[in-house]
Design a protein. Structure first.
Length: 252
């Protein structure tokens, strides 16, 4: 059985003080939750403070991005060596990074390898645009992204990765995908491709989240799908009560 994982992507929100306040509220709201891994991914500036605010709570900490080099003349970048001192997870290849900052499949792959080498768990995002979805290209696009992201990654390392299926057209739009459709896409285009690359055992070990307008009132429908192992939550993670409700709905 795969343990579901619900991660909060705060994106470019929250000052340090606000992040600490939200962290404490989330910690209190999910204190009685078992059977679901919870992860907070604040901005880089708040990582250290959130780490301290979490204390002994069984809540993971993640960054929203990183560069693949350990150090060097890369002004403005954060390395896996730096993150390894602060957190356990890192989001890679989010559609906003791909669309707004020109990140490529090859770059995501290099970052994933670097994260794994430094014992960070990558949360690798994949997903199709609206025009690709309407053109019936979802399976091809998502499958291609998965193949590229895992290129050259060993079977043992692959099993440590978390994949987040986030259809671009559903992110921040209020238009969540249909749970049954998501289940099929994950089963065929993500887990199916992983089975081709590594075998069925590894494919079944990899946790796959759904992301895209996830809310407390629709999470239970996604959680009931056998291929979906939690969620990568954006806007609804910025308030402790809504995020906690999503975490609890994952176990409903």
């Amino acid at each position: 059985m795969r343990t579901p994982i619900v991660a909060a992507n705060w994106k470019m929100h929250k000052t340090i003080a606000e992040a600490v306040e939200l962290t404490r509220a989330v910690r209190k709201a999910v204190a009685d939750v078992t059977g679901c891994e919870v992860v907070l991914c604040p901005p880089f500036t708040a990582l250290s403070a959130v780490r301290e605010a979490l204390g002994p709570a069984r809540i993971g900490l993640g960054a929203q991005n990183m560069y693949f080099e350990e150090q060097g003349a890369f002004t403005g970048e954060i390395s896996p060596l730096m993150l390894a001192e602060l957190c356990q997870f890192v989001i890679l290849g989010h559609s906003e990074r791909r669309q707004l900052f020109g990140e490529t499949d090859a770059g995501v792959n290099r970052k994933a390898k670097a994260a794994l080498a430094h014992h960070l768990t990558p949360i690798i995002c994949v997903g199709e645009a609206l025009e690709q979805n309407r053109a019936g290209q979802t399976a091809a696009v998502v499958g291609s992204q998965v193949r590229a992201a895992f290129d050259g990654i060993s079977r043992d390392d692959a099993a440590r990765v978390v994949v987040a299926y986030e259809p671009i057209w559903a992110i921040g739009t209020g238009l969540a995908a249909e749970p049954a459709e998501v289940n099929t896409i994950i089963g065929v285009s993500i887990r199916g491709v992983l089975a081709e690359l590594y075998g069925e055992t590894t494919a079944q070990a990899v946790r796959v989240q759904y992301g895209g307008s996830v809310k407390p009132d629709n999470m239970a429908d996604f959680a009931r799908m056998p291929e979906i192992d939690g969620a990568l939550v954006g806007g609804a993670s910025l308030k402790a009560d809504s995020f906690a409700a999503i975490v609890k709905a994952t176990l409903a």
